[in-house]
Design a protein around this ligand. Structure first.
Ligand code: 5AD
Ligand code: SF4
Length: 447
């Protein structure tokens, strides 16, 4: 196949990790003389960065491919699926001849080869490097207005929650070298970034061990040490991190967050369910009581810390009583915000193979609506705690709803909008909170 220019366009479907992966892929392709296209119509290579965490995400990709198929008839383009996809969906797309190549999260370095071979009309297959971290890839800044970015510090997951496909699509957990993380963060600072979110499926289990053969010692960096090092090495950058598995969050980590001004006071702490029976079936390795005491500890050490959650409704065998336990846990904590999903079985997982997806669809949906409504009330309640306070806000851009307002976030990761003054994206300013909705704080700039 003849290709006039090697311009590529990436579409993202999924979590922050996928956005970060798209940045890695963009950097790899740019270094290999491909051109980044801002416009799908102008691109010859279209990469869909897929997500398979829930059935809905896979269906979205399927629908998108149907549309692109039409586009492919008009113009010779190459379509690749990268990222997280299940074996089942790969086979389906292959059968229907919808996709030219597939690249899993451990093989991004091979994308230029996949494309070249495709152009030559050949098939290319590659065995994934199981220890890949991409720690040496420096991210290329595509947009000068962007001042926040993601940086993966661990890849994969060893936790095997019974509902989750991630250990199958992203493999075993591995951590990047701390010194390359520090080096990359410093480079990102010099590139103009003001906030970095450290990413991992389970950042609290970050662990890097190097044996010093001469001194016969082990040099160990765990997540608390990494945070401590980074906070000192990049004092002018805001540091965030996600996701924390409650089972792995140590007291040391909580103390380091409280110690450093530039580590943001927000913890995303997925609970998934408030029922011990369901937590056990999910293999979450903590109880409701342990989770509640962790939240108490966080609030004791960092009173201003915001906490968000992920919750799944309608997991296998979830009774009305289990659902009520989730509701009572939410009432006890009153999270700042959260992400809620109804359970969808994922092929290959323990729950898919061994448990019955026995909560009817309408019950799942009703329970989901109940917790979403409850969370909205809690978010509003928590937002009101900010009224009258003066908060530090990093300006990220214009408000989408009103271009006369700036939009930014405070340390708790809550969105704040305030009337524009002569300021710039990336400025750190003080804003007095004057009003609130359940999702946004509204304020005015302090003189
Ligand atoms: N069904 C519904 N939600 C899921 N999640 C992960 N797997 C599933 C599934 N099979 C949710 C969890 C996780 C978040 C990223 O996605 O709440 O924390
Ligand atoms: Fe999935 Fe559990 Fe790992 Fe999170 S911790 S990625 S839910 S297996």
């Amino acid at each position: 196949m003849y290709m006039k220019n090697k311009s590529f366009y990436i579409e993202n479907y999924g979590c922050q990790m996928n956005i970060s992966d798209s940045d890695i892929v963009t950097s790899i392709l740019l270094k290999n003389n491909f051109l980044l296209s801002e416009n799908l119509e102008k691109a010859n290579i279209i990469l869909l960065n897929a997500c398979s965490i829930r059935e809905k995400a896979e269906l979205t990709i399927k629908k998108r491919l149907e549309k692109l198929k039409f586009f492919k008839k008009k113009k010779k383009i190459c379509i690749g699926i990268i990222g997280c996809f299940s074996k089942q969906i790969k086979n389906l797309f292959l059968q229907e001849k919808m996709v030219d190549f597939f690249v899993n999260p451990d093989s991004y370095r091979e994308i230029p080869n996949f494309i070249h071979y495709f152009i030559m009309g050949k098939q290319y297959s590659h065995t994934a490097k199981k220890n890949e971290t991409y720690a040496d890839i420096s991210l290329i800044k595509k947009n000068n207005k962007k001042i926040t970015t993601f940086l993966s510090i661990t890849r994969g997951c060893n936790n095997m929650c019974t509902f989750c496909i991630v250990p199958f699509t992203r493999g075993r957990e591995r951590s990047s070298d701390p010194y390359s993380i520090i080096k990359e963060c410093k480079r990102l600072y010099h590139d103009g970034y003001k906030e970095i979110t450290l990413l991992g499926q389970n950042v609290d289990s970050y662990l890097w061990i190097k044996e010093d053969m001469i001194k016969n010692q082990k040099n160990i960096v765990d997540f608390s040490r990494l945070l401590d090092l980074l906070a000192q090495e990049i004092p002018f950058i805001r540091i965030r991190f996600s996701t924390s598995n409650p089972h792995d969050m140590s007291d040391k980590v909580i103390k380091v967050i409280s110690k450093h001004r530039n580590i943001c006071k927000h913890i995303h702490l997925p609970v998934q369910s408030g029922s011990n029976k369901i937590l056990k079936l999910m293999n979450r390795k903590y109880t409701r009581e342990q989770y509640l005491s962790l939240v108490k500890k966080i609030k004791n050490i960092i009173p201003e810390c915001s906490i968000s959650h992920d919750i799944i409704t309608g997991f296998c065998n979830e009774s009305e009583k289990d659902h009520q336990e989730t509701i009572s846990l939410m009432n006890e904590i009153k999270y700042n915000y959260g992400y809620m999903f109804s359970y969808s079985p994922r092929p290959g997982t323990y729950a898919y193979r061994k448990l019955k997806d026995n909560v009817p669809k309408d019950v799942k949906k009703r329970r989901l609506i109940e917790i979403i409504d409850l969370q909205r009330n809690h978010s509003f309640y928590r937002m009101q705690e900010h009224l009258g306070k003066i908060e530090e806000v990093l300006i990220e851009g214009e408000s989408k709803k009103n271009n006369k307002y700036w939009y930014g976030r405070n340390t708790q990761n809550l969105i704040i909008v305030f009337p524009k003054k002569d300021l710039n994206i990336g400025d750190l300013v003080h804003v007095e909170i004057t009003d609130t909705t359940s999702a946004t704080l509204i304020g005015k700039l302090c003189k």
